[in-house]
Each structure stands twice: as C-alpha cells, then as structure tokens.
Design a protein around this ligand. Structure first.
Ligand code: ATP
Ligand code: MG
Length: 332
C-alpha cells in the first residue's frame, strides 16, 4: 500500500486521524468497524509502507506487540491486537485520550502556566510504577526477562485528560541478552537527550539505564527545562556521556535538599550508585510527597487539566469526531 490517505480501512478498523509518525511506523486514531459504525476508538501503529516489504521490520513491530501484550499495568498502554496482512502490519492499542508529556509541557509553556507540583509528582510516580512492571516482566516459565525500555522520553509518556499516565513505544525495548549484544554493536537506540551515560558510551546496559532516563524526565519536570539542550548531536552525546546535572533553581521547592538527594541518586553517573529498581526510586519520591503532605488526587488533576486546556481538548476531540462522522460508511 502506498501513502495512506485518510480515512482508510485496514483490517477491522477505519483510520481517521494521523497522530504521529516515527522512524518505523505511523500512528493513527481509528475505530473498530462495529455494528452501525458504533466502534471503539483505538490507536493503530502501522508500519511505514516501504518497510512493510522487509520481514525484519515487520518482525520487529510484531515483537513490540508481543512485549506490550505481556505487560498488564494501568501505567503501560495496553495492546488490543496485532496483525500482518500482505505488506501491512499494525498494532492496535488502547487510545489514551490526551497528549504525550512532551506536548503537555509545551501546552503549559505556551500558556505561561507553571505545572502544579501535584501533577509533577503524579507523573513521575505513575511513570515509575509503569517502569516497575516493565522491568519485572517474566516469560511463560516465570523467568525474569530483564526487559529494558531503552527509549524513555517525554514523547513516550502519555498523559490522558483524565490524568492517567501510561508508558508507550516499546519499539526499541530489549531483553537483557540483547542489551549486551547491542552494547557491542554500539547501535544507537532511543532519544539521545534521554540516554544514560553508559548508553552514550556504548557500554552494557541493564534496567538502571532506564532509571537514569526516568531521572532525566524527573529533573526536567522539576526544573521546567531540558537537561541536555543542544542542536549539535555530538555535543548532546558528549553531555550524555558526562552526565553533569545542575542543581535545581534555589528555593523552588519546599524541602528541596531531599529532592536534590533523590535526583543525585537517580542521576548518578555510576549505575551502582543509582537506585537499584524503579520501586526503590518510587519509594523515595513517595517519601518526599508524604513528608510534604502533598495530596495528589487524580480526580482533581483531571479537572485541572480539563480547565487549563479545555480549548485544546475540545479542538482535538471535536475535530476528530467531526472527521469521523463524515467518513462513514467507507467502502471496503
Ligand atoms: N495509545 C496511544 N494513545 C494516544 N496517543 C498515542 C498512543 N500511542 C502513541 N501515541 C502518540 O503517537 C506518538 C508516537 O508514538 P510511538 O512513540 O509509539 O511511535 P514511534 O514510531 O516509535 O515514534 P518515535 O520514533 O517518534 O518515538 C506518541 O508520542 C504519542 O503522541
Ligand atoms: Mg515514540
């Protein structure tokens, strides 16, 4: 199939909105073709047309689906179905009705709004719970898979308007064995500016690499800016390898020394000095939230998001619905 023009039918779905495009696949909002068009909204990750001819790329997408299928967590995007038909291959997954964290932070800065502390801590605690499920994954025989996400970045953290937070994009995730081979091949995977120092140096990786990337996301949430910011790729590599982390703006948070201590541990250059697991990292953040007596309620965050971004929300929702209502019925 050539370039897809919307709407189009694929398998049992009608795709009606293009949400994003990555190196390997395009992301569409779609509906299942239920009775009278009363289908459920899903997201389809469809292999790029020219890659659908190459078996190794199709296999990689199906592998991503297999990994996602195993992870049962409210903090990880759930997969519904994955199929290969001719040169088409796709994953159908739950639609997280909202925006990714990169986009969300952009909305805040566009509106010159400060992100509420409760939201910052909500996002990092959900993200770490998702990560704990990823790292704890086991095979059918109950053996640990030592799965590493390898591409934790704000674009791969979805935040719904109901304030749910879910990890997505397991396109470059690998198990422990593959991570060792990867290190030898020095193949670059994941976003440069969220890489751990060992990833940037092409050294063997384990889950602590993901914990470092989560640490960068936490640092950026707290400081409201990027940690490694440069348009020069080599410079970003160098910064990632050196892992120099500036302190937060003084006096920005109550009990800031406790936060700095959490960041220092999460972003230690040496993996051995970091938290040993996502749960350990999570415990530290939860301890801080408790000490501050911060009340993090998903319901109130959801109403905050609705109120702050209702314009964007409505534009997104209504535009998509409008296109939807125009497209049915679609010829097979
Ligand atoms: N289930 C979903 N619900 C809502 N939005 C989604 C969903 N999955 C992906 N998206 C959106 O599509 C974007 C791209 O998805 P994903 O990261 O899986 O694709 P990708 O091809 O790996 O892209 P990239 O190479 O840019 O990382 C996400 O950043 C997010 O904005
Ligand atoms: Mg992505």
């Amino acid at each position: 199939m050539g370039e897809k023009s919307i709407p189009f039918r694929i398998g049992d779905y009608v795709a009606f909105d293009r949400i994003g495009k990555g190196g390997m696949a395009e992301i569409f909002l779609a509906r299942t073709t239920g009775c009278c068009g009363a289908g459920k909204k899903v997201v389809l990750k469809i292999i790029l047309p020219y890659l659908g001819k190459i078996p190794s790329f199709v296999a990689a997408l199906m592998n991503e689906a297999k990994i996602m299928e195993r992870i049962r967590s409210p903090f990880v995007t759930q997969v519904a179905d994955a199929q290969v038909r001719g040169e088409d291959a796709w994953i159908a997954m739950e639609y997280v009705e909202g925006v990714d964290l990169h986009h969300l932070l952009g909305l805040f800065s566009k509106k010159k709004l400060r992100v509420p502390e409760e939201l910052l801590f909500h996002v990092i605690t959900c993200l770490l719970q998702g990560l704990a499920s990823v790292h704890g994954l086991r095979d059918e025989a109950g053996r640990p898979l030592d799965l590493i996400h390898l591409d934790l970045s704000p674009g791969n953290v979805l935040v719904s308007f109901a304030a749910e937070v879910k990890l997505c994009d397991f396109g470059v995730a690998v198990t422990g064995d593959a991570a060792r081979i990867l290190a030898q091949s020095k193949e670059v995977r994941g976003k440069l500016s969220y890489m751990s120092p060992e990833q940037a140096a092409g050294l063997p990786l384990d889950r602590r690499s993901d914990l470092f990337s989560a640490g960068i996301i936490f640092w950026e949430l707290l400081s409201g800016r990027k940690l490694y910011s440069s348009s020069d790729k080599d410079k970003v590599y160098q910064m990632a390898a050196e892992a120099q982390v500036p302190p937060l703006e003084p006096g920005r948070f109550a009990r800031q020394e406790a936060l700095e201590a959490i960041l220092a541990r999460a972003l230690a250059r040496e993996p051995a000095q970091r938290y040993g697991s996502a749960l350990e990292f999570l415990d530290a953040v939860a301890g801080y939230v408790r000490a501050r007596k911060l009340v993090v309620s998903q319901l109130s965050l959801a109403s905050f998001l609705e109120e702050a971004f209702s314009e964007e929300i409505l534009r997104l929702r209504y535009e998509r619905e409008r296109v939807m209502s125009m497209l049915l019925p679609v010829e097979v």
